[in-house]
Design a protein around this ligand. Structure first.
Ligand code: MN
Length: 407
């Protein structure tokens, strides 16, 4: 069967067309690919074969997505229209068909050069659960939480592509009841199921990006796992926030799904009380910037959680406006995480610290074992789907990683 014979409602059908970067076993040149069915279109070669305009072909001939990201929304739309025509039209069928490579044969790489990486904390259920665990007896939500999207700056240089093993980090931690800290392998290694938002168009330093202009800057969405050493984090985070407990690795899915593919996933965010300050007030914004994306988390293949992104309190547009509220400029390749996606129900929590309540209620896996935190050899895989046209669902792919013993 032709690799072009992809049903319109397939998870990687014509309504999706996410971008990645691949190499083949015989050729180390990094190339831009577009997932289509079970195949990947060699996008740069397809542009040449289809006789695309030179400026458009140049964007797809790059070894990373950065030039395409920087090109801006009019170029993003032109490229997406061209890809749709090459893959679904009759005119270029013969030229494009041989440029679809079996996905299973390719190695996928980090699709763009990560500039700055920040991570937010936008799930009310997650923030409240962590508050109850880390600050028992106090208000679960800090006083600022409903007024601004709380976040921290992470380490861009340790963002790795899905499939990269994660070595259990060592660090300084203080055992419960101990007077002094000790140094060694983390005993409370966790995952955080998140979305990552990829910035395309920079903003000028000294200017702010208003809510209504977020879509001119944000290109698309990845799946992100913010690996977290809870024992290191709990000891170090006062008073400046997460540091070494999170900077050892952050895993990213290989496919960037453009915002254009998520038009059917847009949904109104939850009601906010109190009403946010004007630069964050998205009351009545059209289209809304909430996203109805359904995540799934698996440990060693066992489904352990189904976090609903639609419950997130703050949207990517508010995160963009807040990131730049002080005049900090955006750069092409900036990545910001949503924060752990947790819904209100237990089976929808996006991190082990909540699923097993910091070890007090170990999670039972179907293979008879239990987890308070991750063990060496455990593999965590996060996948997601979103509504597409005509009741179909499009896939965001998967971000996975296996824990290797500490060194
Ligand atoms: Mn996080």
């Amino acid at each position: 069967m032709s690799p072009l014979a992809v049903p319109p409602d397939a998870p990687f059908g014509a309504a999706n067309l996410p971008y990645g970067v691949f190499t083949t076993p015989g050729d180390p040149r990094r190339r831009i690919g577009v997932a289509y069915g079970e195949h990947v279109l060699d996008a740069g070669a397809a542009a040449l074969a289809a006789g695309a305009p030179a400026d458009l072909a140049a964007l797809l001939a790059a070894p990373s997505l950065n030039p395409l990201l920087a090109a801006g929304r009019p170029a993003w739309s032109r490229v997406r229209e061209a890809l749709t025509e090459w893959l679904t039209g009759a005119r270029h069928r013969a030229a494009v068909e041989p440029l679809l490579l079996p996905r299973a044969d390719l190695e996928l790489h980090l699709p763009f050069e990560v500039a700055d990486y920040a991570d937010f904390y936008a799930s009310e259920a997650h923030a409240a659960n962590v508050g109850r665990i880390f600050r028992p007896g106090a208000d679960p939500l800090p006083a600022n939480w409903r007024h601004l999207p709380v976040g921290y700056h992470g380490r861009a240089g340790t963002v790795v592509v899905s499939g990269t093993p994660v070595v259990r980090p060592c660090g300084q931690r203080r055992e419960q009841g101990a007077d002094a800290p000790s140094f060694g392998p983390s005993r409370r290694l966790d995952f955080e199921a998140e979305l990552g938002f990829v910035v395309g168009v920079p903003s000028e330093r000294g200017s702010r990006v208003p809510l209504a202009e977020a879509d001119a800057h944000v290109f698309g969405v990845c799946l992100l796992n913010d690996w977290s050493a809870r024992d290191v984090q709990a000891w170090e985070y006062v008073p400046l926030g997460p540091f070494l407990g999170k900077s050892f690795a952050t895993s990213l899915s290989p496919w960037v799904v453009p915002l254009d593919a998520l038009a059917h996933a847009r949904t109104a965010p939850p009601p906010r009380d109190p009403r946010p300050l004007p630069y964050l007030d998205d009351t009545g914004a059209e289209p809304p910037a909430g996203l109805d994306i359904a995540l799934e988390v698996r440990i060693n293949g066992h489904l352990v959680s189904r976090p609903p992104f639609s419950t997130m309190y703050w949207t990517y547009a508010q995160m963009t406006a807040h990131l730049t509220a002080n005049g900090a400029g955006l750069r092409t390749g900036d990545l910001f995480g949503s924060g752990t996606v947790s819904g209100p129900a237990r089976g929808t929590r996006g991190a082990l610290i909540e699923l097993a309540w910091n070890g007090a209620e170990p999670l039972e896996l179907p293979d008879g074992t239990t987890r308070s935190y991750l063990l060496d050899g455990d593999e965590v895989a996060i996948s997601a789907t979103a509504p597409g046209p005509d009741g179909a669902r499009i896939a965001l792919g998967e971000v996975s990683g296996r824990i290797l013993p500490a060194r």
